[in-house]
Design a protein around this ligand. Sequence first.
Ligand SMILES: C[S@@+](CC[C@H](N)C(=O)[O-])C[C@H]1O[C@@H](n2cnc3c(N)ncnc32)[C@H](O)[C@@H]1O
Length: 248
Amino acid sequence: MDDAAQPSTARMIDFWLGGEHHFPVDVAAARAFEGAYGPCAPLFRDLRAFLGRAVRTIAAAGVDAFLVFGAGVPTRGNVHEAAPEATVLYTDVDPVTVGLGQRILAGSDRAGYGFGDATDLATIDPALLRRFVPGWGHRPVGVVFLGLAAFLDDATLRRTLDELYAAAAPGSFLAVDFDSEELAAYPQALAMMGPAFRMRPPAAFGPLLGRWTPTPEGIVPVARWRPDGPPAGLPDAFHGGLAVRRAD
Ligand SMILES: C[S@@+](CC[C@H](N)C(=O)[O-])C[C@H]1O[C@@H](n2cnc3c(N)ncnc32)[C@H](O)[C@@H]1O
């Protein structure tokens, strides 16, 4: 595996999840971040468990294809592991992450990985889309948009989610999360997230979803979204939920 010069949040998450697809630079950045904030592994385990519950809920509704944006490292309970009967196209804008994902999924005939800028659907290879998300635009799919809203400003996020709504067939689901204002009390950790990082108060989430209609559970702290056990008492760093693309 090639080494990377810059840390990536995706591979830092892999480190926190106990995965095997990160580099020394990611471990150093993860430890520095924890020095400024506190332990992160439990928070990301919680977030990954939310992904699993959301993806299984979508699959139980009969959806058998997923399109994943800002996908990061496709392991540790990621989408194709939570929905093993489905086909999955993972996309990311970071070429190192895309290469890593392609190596990890090289032996899979149900899950693939390609470049994709979530803010511009035309950047996704149409052949990959046809292969792993057959019927995109005509059949309901699961759109997974986790760990990404925090890196898009409000106008870009609103437009991106609206374009996804227009492109996805009625009956499609959106799994989405937002970063709360948890890091406001940790300015050193906040600075490490870079200038593009956006925290949002819960009241800001709904309007950004535009035409996507949240399921009755709403957009809530991820640990409280259809929990399958008692809450672990962690900070509500991430809020998320499912939303549906209705018929026009
Ligand atoms: C915090 S990581 C989340 C990774 C993964 N979703 C997870 O939960 O483990 C954010 C990811 O979004 C990617 N990203 C940032 N901007 C993007 C964009 N405009 N389109 C697609 N991916 C993007 C980054 O390269 C990174 O891999």
